[in-house]
Ligand binder design. Structure first.
Ligand code: FPP
Length: 225
């Protein structure tokens, strides 16, 4: 790992639908290819020495999609856990979930909780955002902070889902869209951002390495000079 590489990278995985459309394939196959890219990204994060990779898999707004697409994404999630849990345990990757995942189907909640427990000894973290919305996260954290007294940044941070993760260094969005879509709004306050013209299923180790190199070149001043 290079000295100035980020410790914590988050990715808005966008473009599965366009990837499928370009190949005249159903959207479901775009998401499936997206799932394969997730597996590759987790391995790449290990090669590059990242402490934490946070992925936006399902936003609190994604419930607005067609029922069939939601069901495809849920099935993909089931299969992803089944196919990757053992590998995560062996690679010492700790799964963390950010978001209100308990709104998912009971069998998915059970699978996720089993995976959380069985990977809890891992030393690197894969944080997956499920039914996640940053505004909702901040409101929840501010409410809990208020119960403790004056609302301060420190108190809010303590109640964010990401409280136990290293500070967010780099936020990447694929597919050429340039917006945050309610992802990690608080945590992005001082994060570097990269918007890449690659569709998520095509994202690979080379892209992640180039992003880390770009991060290493940027000078971060946190508001100072
Ligand atoms: C954006 O593509 C992607 C999503 C809404 C879902 C992200 C999910 C995965 C990559 C796979 C599942 C992940 C795990 C952890 C199993 P889009 O459908 O918005 O693409 P478009 O903008 O081109 O239509």
């Amino acid at each position: 790992m290079s000295v100035n590489y980020p410790r914590h990278v988050a990715i808005i995985m966008d473009g599965n639908g366009r990837w499928a459309k370009a190949r005249k394939l159903p959207r479901a196959l775009g998401h499936k290819a997206g799932g394969d890219a997730v597996r590759k990204a987790v391995q790449a994060a290990e090669v590059l020495g990242l402490e934490c990779l946070t992925l936006y898999a399902f936003s609190s707004e994604n419930w607005k999609r067609e029922e069939e697409e939601i069901s495809d994404l849920m099935n993909l999630m089931r299969r992803f856990i089944e196919a990757n849990l053992q590998d995560m345990i062996e690679r010492r990757v700790r799964l963390k979930i950010i978001g209100d995942y308990k709104a998912f189907a009971p069998d998915i909640v059970a699978k996720l909780e089993d995976a959380l427990e069985r990977t809890s000894g891992g030393e690197r973290t894969l944080a997956v955002a499920l039914n996640y919305g940053a505004q909702q996260e901040i409101i929840r954290a501010a409410g809990l902070a208020a119960e403790e007294g004056a609302v301060t940044a420190e108190r809010i941070e303590k109640h964010l889902y990401t409280a136990d993760l290293p500070p967010l260094d780099l936020l990447i969005r694929t597919s050429g869209e340039v917006r945050l879509s309610n992802f990690l709004l608080w945590q992005s306050a001082y994060a570097e951002m990269l918007f890449l013209d690659v569709l998520w299923p095509d994202f690979d180790e080379g892209h992640l390495r180039a992003a880390c190199e770009e991060f290493a070149k940027r000078e971060r001043r946190y508001g100072g000079r």
